[in-house]
Design a protein around this ligand. Structure first.
Ligand code: HEC
Length: 143
């Protein structure tokens, strides 16, 4: 009897843990989504200082959420775990493009006109969106 109760408790615990992970993933993704919205808004307003602040936060969040293979594997549906390297590639692309933006807006590109810096950063922003789509297609599309 004790054994059955114990096993039920463990099963319940595992379920809770899975639900918790799913909740956390959704919460963290919604946060990424909100950051991308703020970033776009500050770029449209030409507010480089604000954009840099947002991308700094986004960089940490992407690093925490998407920077390792085990973590990404745990996010993917079981039948797609073997595709984790594609997902990891999207995560890497996001990080690289954030660096491009920091570079475009940073001190080293003072020789570029403000407009060129803006265009360089906006292209990198668009590449980040493509990387987000890429991973979601992988998660949601039929195999
Ligand atoms: C490594 C793959 C991967 C990358 C890269 C990624 N996501 Fe996600 N995203 C997921 C997974 C997995 C889910 C959960 C899917 C589900 O539960 O159906 C998710 C869910 C979401 C959701 C919640 C959707 C819903 O159903 O409510 C949003 C919004 C989101 N992601 C935005 C983003 C944005 C913005 C980026 C880029 C900055 C991004 N994601 C990058 C894998 C990824």
């Amino acid at each position: 009897m004790v054994k059955i109760v114990l096993m039920a408790l463990i099963a319940f615990g595992v379920q809770l843990h899975a639900a918790d992970q799913k909740f956390n993933l959704k919460f963290n993704m919604l946060k990424l989504n909100a950051e991308m919205g703020s970033a776009r808004e500050s770029m449209i307003r030409n507010d480089r200082a604000e954009a840099l602040k947002v991308f700094k936060r986004l960089k940490t969040e992407v690093h925490d959420l998407l920077s390792n293979k085990e973590k990404i594997e745990s996010m993917l549906p079981s039948e797609k775990k073997q595709k984790s390297s594609i997902a990891l590639e999207s995560a890497k692309l996001i990080a690289e493009n954030i660096e491009l933006i920091e570079d475009a807006y940073g001190e080293n590109t003072r020789d570029l006109t403000p407009r060129k810096r803006q265009i360089k950063a906006q292209r990198a922003y668009t590449s980040i969106e493509l990387a987000c789509f890429h991973c979601h297609n992988l998660v949601r599309d039929e195999l």
